[in-house]
Design a protein around this ligand. Structure first.
Ligand code: PDD
Length: 287
């Protein structure tokens, strides 16, 4: 089924949606994005995603396409038009399309930002087969730039990371810098040892995951112990269990790291519990 997508103020069939070849998102990866999940036709953690979008724009001195309030209406319209019950809404804002290629930023007065949104229909997002099986992870060097807190569309290295993992027979990669795990290619990374949930502290080294914030809050509310600090792959191999979080996969159990099976090689009890709590609580506050 052809989707209706949003491009610069218009709702169009996907085949009719067009962006200039001079768009800086296309030429320079000069753009930021957000991915918001949809459950029961409603948006999950929407306020967090718009807040982070505004921060990404501010950090890059980029103008927003519209008020953050208007974004909710656009998201809802696309969810309705495309009859999404479970899935994702992808949003991208770029520095727009000047009339030539130039490293210098264009004047925002004459070059307005570009904004594109589209939906992805994923009927089994909450009940995915992968979440029941758990992921196998390998580690690779983190070769990304040093402003990973900004959600830019520079996704070539994360994309290569996933391909390296797939070629190695794994599902995804964790990125390692100075001997410590930063995060996954498109998710935040956690290990569990004893009763402790360990995940890297917030800094410019990782994306400040919206799912991470919610999951850590729910974990603390459930009296679980959370330690926000770096960990190494050696520590991960000794962990009782592990998992990742993201808007596109919620809490995803990890069953193997660099060829070492964790626990009995099935999703661990804490990851499973946190996934249940996250889904239950997020559905309640979805808008
Ligand atoms: N990725 N770290 C990285 C590098 C990510 O790309 C993402 C999200 C996360 C998790 O953030 P959040 O919980 O806000 O989704 C962490 C999205 C889903 C993507 O690129 O598709």
């Amino acid at each position: 089924m052809s989707r209706i997508v949003f491009v610069n103020g218009e709702y169009l069939p996907e085949a009719e949606a067009k962006i200039s070849i001079f768009d800086r998102g296309f030429l320079m990866a000069d753009g930021v994005y957000e991915v918001t999940s949809v459950l029961d036709g409603k948006l999950i953690d929407f306020a967090g995603h718009t807040k982070r979008l505004q921060r990404s724009l501010d950090e890059l001195e980029m103008r927003a396409y519209c008020d953050m309030d208007e974004l909710l209406a656009i998201h809802r319209e696309l969810v309705d038009l495309n009859e999404i019950n479970e899935g994702l809404v992808y949003l991208q804002v770029t520095r727009g399309a000047p009339n030539d290629r130039d490293f210098v930023f264009p004047d925002p007065e004459t070059t307005p930002p570009t904004m594109v949104l589209f939906t992805q229909n994923i009927p089994n997002l909450a009940d995915s087969a992968a979440s029941k099986k758990g992921n196998k992870i390998i580690s690779i060097e983190d070769l990304r730039w040093h402003r990973r807190d900004i959600k830019t569309v520079q996704l070539l290295y994360p994309s290569m990371g996933k391909m390296i993992a797939k070629k190695a027979g794994a599902d995804d990669a964790w990125l390692v810098e100075d001997g410590m795990v930063t995060e996954g290619t498109s998710n935040n990374a956690y290990i569990v040892k004893g009763n402790k949930i360990i995940t890297r502290q917030l800094s410019n080294d990782i994306l400040h995951g919206i799912t991470r914030a919610a999951v850590l809050r729910f974990a603390r509310e459930a009296q679980m112990v959370v330690e926000e600090r770096s960990f190494s792959m050696d520590e991960a191999k000794e962990a009782d269990e592990a998992f990742t979080t993201s808007a596109s996969a919620f809490v995803m159990p990890v069953i193997e790291v660099d060829g070492v099976m964790l626990g009995d090689g099935t999703p661990g009890p804490i990851a499973k519990r946190l996934r249940e709590i996250y889904l239950e609580e997020s559905r309640k506050t979805a808008i």
